[in-house]
Structures are given as structure tokens and as C-alpha cells.
Design a protein around this ligand. Structure first.
Ligand code: FAD
Length: 462
């Protein structure tokens, strides 16, 4: 019997922490997991899940409009923000309950408290002041929205956290940022009828995505009525006498809005965690430094998920947790595989993507083939909605391997999940070509683009 109180102590009850604790407890280990806020973490409580529910809510007005082209007459419609928040809160609470139940059934001890390290094997439970010990510790505390403390007036702004609980829907909002959270919320608010402006310091939104996706989405959002200001930033936010906010920008004068939302990236949540007491090393961004097996520099202490700043996505945190369990408790050393992660932007239209963008592939391979299709989705023919779907496959000319697949259009996220399997399996363009189409679908385009739209040889388009 070990002299420690626990075989495993997990700090943080989010995606990565819960999975680690549940699996280890299921293996008969003595496990405790501490959570300072709500079980489920960012994803369930104030991230992926409530966000996607908001996305659905924001799409209905277009559905109502589109219905007319199919013969429907839709009566007068109205939207009730408070009802949406209440319904969302019920669903989030249900999921939180499932997370707790999963932990309890597996036999993990649930501790509702902030936990801080006091040494390489010891943790202080802030609520009770009690110090406990563990043979292994997993730090899965996630990240927090960058508050942009250098911005005068940042205290008047909200982040995605508050966006899920606003007392009332603003009439207008300025959102700062060009990442997926900024873009998704711009679409959500606009869809709910809010006058929306997105301001981003870069040249184009969604910096690491394929250029066709970025431009295509930018145009689609502007066509809907979202104002997008690139190559600019907010310099100051002040409260107006009327109770609104005034935003001074560097290049575009003053903007006014009811709310200003900062979506400027997420920082690892390591402040005050006791990392110094335990001797755990962090990088310049405050992220915990780990090796390929999520081991920190201190034997027995591991870190996974957003706090390590590898890839900030829920399935990645879960995968890292599962690899940790395999390695530490199943004697099967497994390091997380961060290659070819399929992902989506739940904008309107959506982006679904996996693998290299055209630019990345062109800089890494001598010659690539780009297969590109742009078309009007079938539903838009009768609805009359002016919208375009873009599909792209990036192929290495040398061995025909598909290096990247990118979609802008309805259900692109769903398609990206399946494309992820094909790229992971190392499929070639010939595999795509000999796959029978599913007709009539949008995705059949992926297996019917027989000749390249263009090639890029040594960085030059030919
Ligand atoms: P978290 O889920 O953040 O969990 C950390 C937990 O630790 C939190 O519950 C926190 O309260 C707790 N905690 C922190 N410090 C302590 C402490 N000292 N003691 C006790 N408890 C502590 N990802 C996707 O894959 N798809 C999406 O569509 C998506 N959308 C998102 C939308 C938004 C608005 C946001 C903010 C994020 C989104 N993400 C999405 C990212 C995803 O939520 C994170 O990648 C994921 O939650 C990371 O899991 P984690 O376990 O590392 O941390």
C-alpha cells in the first residue's frame, strides 16, 4: 500500500481532467479530482456546448426566410434571449450532472474546491485548507480568456464567459479578434439580430486556415451584414453617458456599441497554482512545459489539455488524457498524436478542415495539385439565398497523397470528421476518385473533382 493519500490527484474537472480521473478510477486506482467551479469545464459550461446551442438558435431566422421558397408561409416570429439562456442552462446542468455521475460511478472522489500544489506530491485544498498527497498529479486546469489588460477600458468589455449569461441581448456589439471564437460569436450575435462589428488586427480573419476558407467566409459574413474591419485594433474603450460603449480604433475612428467582446486568445490558467512550490516549469506564455508523454519536468506531475498550450481543443485534451492513462496505468507508453486534427469553425457558413492549407502544403512540397470547386448549394436554388460552397483538396503530386481537405458550407464540420479518417488513413487522390458519389449531396463534389484546378510547383502557381 502506497504511503500517499491517492494514487492520482487531478486538478481541474474539465475535458482532460475528468477523462483522466474517470479512467484511472475505473482501473481501481484511488483517485480524487478537484474542481473550483463546475464539472465539465470550459467545453461543457462555457465553451463548445453552449456555443453550439447558440449557433443553432442564431440560424432560425434564415431558416424561416428560406422556407418561403419551398412553399411555406411562416407566421410572425420573435426571439426571446432569456428563454434561450434558460434552456441552455438546463442542458448544461444536465451534462454537468452526467460528468459527475461518470466520476462517481467509476469510484473517483469528487472535491469541490480549488486545489493548489504545495510540493511535488502534495496539494492544498483551498476550501478546507487540508493538504493531501498523491503519487501522481495531473494538472488539467485549462485556460482563460485573455483580458487584454493593456487596453484602456478593458474592464468594460466582456469575454465569451459573460456572453453566455448576458442579462439582455445587446442591440449592437463590437467583437475584437480574428480567431474561431471571435468569428463564431460574430455570426451568433448577428443571427440573433444584433448589429455586429468584428475588428481584427491581422490582414484576414482565421489566420491559420486555408486562404479560400478565410476569404470565402469573410465575404459571406459581410454579405449577411456583419461589418468586418481588418488591419485595425481597439485603442480605448469608454463608457458613454447613455450607458453604451465607445471604442476608439487606430484606423477607423470611433465605433459605438452596447457591448464590446474581447476574443483575443486564451492564456494557460496557471497563476497561483503553486507551480513554483512544486518546481514545475512553464514557458514564456505561462503554459506548463511537457514532453511527448505529457510529463512535466517534475517526476510524478503531468499536465494535459489547454494548460499545456499544444492544441486547444476538447478532443485533444481527452486524447491526451487517454494516452496518459495508457502510459502510466496500463504499462503501454502512448504519446498523443497531434497530426491531422480535423476541426470546424461553427460560423455561418461553417468551415470544416483537416490537414495542410494550400499555403502550408506549397511551402513543404515541391509540387502540389489543388482541386477546387465552388458552387451554389442545392437548397439555395429554391430558397434564393445567395451563398456559395467551396471545397478543396490539396494533393502531393509526387505520391498523390491527400494532404489537406477544406470545406466552406453547410455541415462542413460533419464532413471534416469523416475526411479526417481518410487523411489519417493516408488515402490518395486515387482512393477518392474510385469512391462512388452519394447523390445528391454537396459532399459528392469531394469524389468528383477529377482534374486539378491548378498546380503549385516550387511555390509558383502553374
Ligand atoms: P478545461 O475544460 O478548461 O477545464 C479546466 C477546469 O479546471 C475548469 O473547469 C476550471 O474551473 C478548473 N480549474 C482551474 N484551476 C483549478 C484549480 N486550481 N483547482 C480546481 N479546479 C481548477 N473546443 C473544441 O474542440 N470545439 C469547439 O467548438 C470549442 N469551442 C469553444 C468555444 C469557446 C467559447 C471556448 C472558450 C472554448 C472552446 N473550445 C472548443 C475549447 C475547449 O473548450 C477546450 O480546449 C477544452 O475545454 C480544454 O479542456 P481542458 O481539460 O484542458 O480544460
Amino acid at each position: 500500500m502506497s504511503s500517499f493519500d491517492y494514487d492520482l490527484f487531478v486538478i481541474g474537472g474539465g475535458s482532460g481532467g475528468v477523462r483522466s480521473a474517470r479512467l484511472a478510477a475505473g482501473l481501481g486506482k484511488r483517485v480524487a479530482i478537484a474542481e473550483e467551479y463546475r464539472f465539465g469545464g470550459t467545453c461543457v459550461i462555457r465553451g463548445c456546448v453552449p456555443k453550439k446551442l447558440f449557433v443553432y438558435a442564431s440560424q432560425f431566422h434564415e431558416h424561416f426566410e428560406d422556407a418561403a421558397g419551398f412553399g411555406w408561409t411562416v407566421g410572425e416570429s420573435s426571439f426571446d434571449w432569456k428563454k434561450l439562456i434558460a434552456a441552455k442552462d438546463i442542458e448544461v446542468a444536465r451534462l454537468e450532472g452526467l460528468y459527475r455521475k461518470g466520476l462517481e460511478s467509476a469510484g473517483a472522489e469528487i472535491i469541490e474546491s480549488r486545489a493548489e500544489l504545495t510540493g511535488p506530491h502534495s496539494i492544498r485544498l483551498v476550501k478546507s485548507g487540508k493538504v493531501v498527497t498523491a503519487e501522481r498529479i495531473v494538472i488539467a486546469v485549462g485556460g482563460g480568456a485573455n483580458p487584454h489588460a493593456a487596453l484602456p477600458g478593458h474592464e468594460h468589455c466582456i469575454t465569451s464567459n459573460e456572453a453566455f449569461h448576458l442579462e439582455k441581448l445587446p442591440r449592437s456589439i463590437v467583437i475584437a479578434g480574428g480567431g474561431y471564437i471571435a468569428v463564431e460569436f460574430a455570426n451568433i450575435f448577428h443571427g440573433l439580430g444584433v448589429d455586429t462589428t468584428l475588428i481584427y488586427r491581422g490582414k484576414e480573419i482565421l489566420s491559420r486556415f486555408d486562404h479560400d476558407m478565410r476569404q470565402g467566409l469573410h465575404q459571406a459574413m459581410e454579405a449577411k451584414g456583419i461589418r468586418i474591419i481588418c488591419s485595425d485594433l481597439m485603442e480605448k474603450v469608454t463608457k458613454t453617458a447613455a450607458g453604451g460603449l465607445s471604442v476608439e480604433t487606430l484606423n477607423n475612428g470611433t465605433l459605438s456599441a452596447d457591448q464590446v467582446m474581447l476574443a483575443l486568445g486564451r492564456d494557460p490558467y496557471t497563476t497561483g497554482l503553486g507551480l513554483e512550490a512544486a518546481g514545475v516549469a512553464v514557458n514564456e506564455r505561462g503554459a506548463i512545459v511537457v514532453d511527448a508523454y505529457s510529463r512535466t519536468n517534475v517526476p510524478g506531475i503531468f499536465a494535459l489539455g489547454d494548460v499545456t498550450d499544444r492544441v486547444q481543443l476538447t478532443p485533444v485534451a481527452i486524447h491526451e488524457a487517454m494516452c496518459f492513462i495508457e502510459t502510466e496505468f496500463k504499462n503501454n507508453p502512448t504519446s498523443p498524436d497531434h497530426d491531422l486534427i480535423a476541426t470546424a469553425v461553427f460560423s455561418q457558413p461553417e468551415i470544416g478542415t483537416v490537414g495542410l492549407s494550400e499555403e502550408q502544403a506549397a511551402s513543404r512540397f515541391d509540387e502540389i495539385e489543388v482541386y477546387r470547386a465552388q458552387f451554389r448549394p442545392m437548397k439555395a436554388t429554391l430558397s434564393g439565398r445567395a451563398e456559395k460552397t467551396i471545397m478543396k483538396l490539396i494533393v502531393n503530386a509526387a505520391d498523390r497523397k491527400v494532404l489537406g481537405a477544406h470545406i466552406l458550407g453547410h455541415d462542413a464540420g460533419e464532413m471534416a470528421q469523416l475526411l479526417g479518417i481518410t487523411l489519417k488513413a493516408g488515402c490518395t487522390k486515387d482512393d477518392f476518385d474510385r469512391t462512388m458519389a452519394v447523390h445528391p449531396t454537396a459532399s459528392e463534389e469531394l469524389v468528383t473533382m477529377y482534374s486539378p484546378s491548378y498546380r503549385i510547383r516550387n511555390g509558383e502557381r502553374v
